[in-house]
Design a binder for this molecule. Structure first.
Ligand code: BEZ
Ligand code: FE
Length: 291
């Protein structure tokens, strides 16, 4: 092996890491070395700067536990989570696009009947989300599962408020694919800013806000599940979402209605919002092959 110089070091490292039996790990590690070396060659960090970067990564790791994932947050704000999502969910046109899951999903939420209220007294303006779950040919999918989670009308998730079964719920579509959810309208909110990611964001001019949205995980046997959000058109943060999650087809109208009969048949004495959205699922790859 030749002795190391500034000029041959990258080639030497790629050659050494190219000797891995597993082809996928070999590909990943050779690309990692190539791009990391290119980054260091471009930035030329001082030893103090390199130590500051390692210290930041160390603190990101120390902030992670079963409730808080600062590494995911770092990946979210740098657009990497959405890039991984985009590369892995290339949808046919017409199917509901996916978007980032985020850190606040809690599985196994309580089940609610069609039209029932998952907000149960939480603060906020009543909001009804209605539509169908259907396939790419327009056929309704009965008994599809809609797993929802969101902030209350003050911008807080269950994990932040410390209550159990708060602002989340599971619904199932009716036999014709229709569904009706009663909730309260979410508002825009800030990502957690009390950790090293927040510390970094404070040194930038980047907005740390997410636009108002409701999270949905929609699934049905024989179909590819989709994890997505519905965003409120007109929210002031819609064009600057800190995690790059907004896709045009996911922006919906939250139509303000005066008091009166709501989509679930209840009569409300206060104004409420109505949101209409059809979720379109594509067949699972295995179901497509069998067809
Ligand atoms: C969320 O929408 O819940 C979220 C997504 C990414 C980072 C922080 C929050
Ligand atoms: Fe969210």
């Amino acid at each position: 092996m030749p002795y190391v110089t500034e000029h041959n070091l990258t080639d030497l490292a790629i050659e050494r890491w190219g000797n891995i039996p597993d082809p996928r790990l070999r590909q990943v590690m050779m690309a990692a070395i190539k791009h990391l070396h290119a980054f260091v060659r471009e930035v030329e960090p001082t030893p103090q700067e390199w130590f500051a970067a390692i210290d930041w990564l160390t603190r990101v790791g120390k902030m992670c536990d079963d409730k808080r994932q600062e590494f995911i947050l770092a990946s979210d704000v740098m657009g990497v989570s959405m890039l991984v999502d985009a590369l892995n969910n290339r949808m046919p046109s017409g199917a509901t696009p996916s978007t980032v899951e985020g850190p606040f999903h809690i599985p196994n939420s309580q089940e609610f009947a069609d039209g029932a209220d998952m907000a149960r007294g939480a603060p906020g303006i009543p909001c009804f989300v209605t539509g169908t779950v259907r396939d790419l040919d327009g056929k309704g999918i009965g008994n599809a599962m809609l797993d929802l989670w969101q902030t209350d009308g003050e911008g807080l998730y269950e994990a932040q408020i410390g209550k159990d079964q708060y602002m989340r719920g599971v619904y199932h579509s009716r036999p014709d694919g229709g569904y009706c959810v009663r909730t309260v309208a979410p508002i825009g909110y800030t990502i957690p800013m009390d950790g090293p990611v927040g510390e970094l964001m404070q040194k930038t001019r980047i907005s740390h806000m997410r636009p108002a949205h409701i999270h949905f995980a929609v699934s049905a046997p024989g179909y590819k599940p989709v994890i997505t959000h519905l965003f409120q058109r007109g929210c002031e943060y819609i064009e600057t979402d800190v995690v790059f999650g907004v896709k045009e087809p996911l922006i919906t109208d939250f139509v303000k209605k005066d008091s009166g009969v709501a989509p679930n048949g209840e009569t409300l004495t206060t104004p409420f919002y109505e949101v209409k959205y059809d979720f379109v699922l594509q067949k699972a790859a295995s179901a497509q092959k069998a067809a």
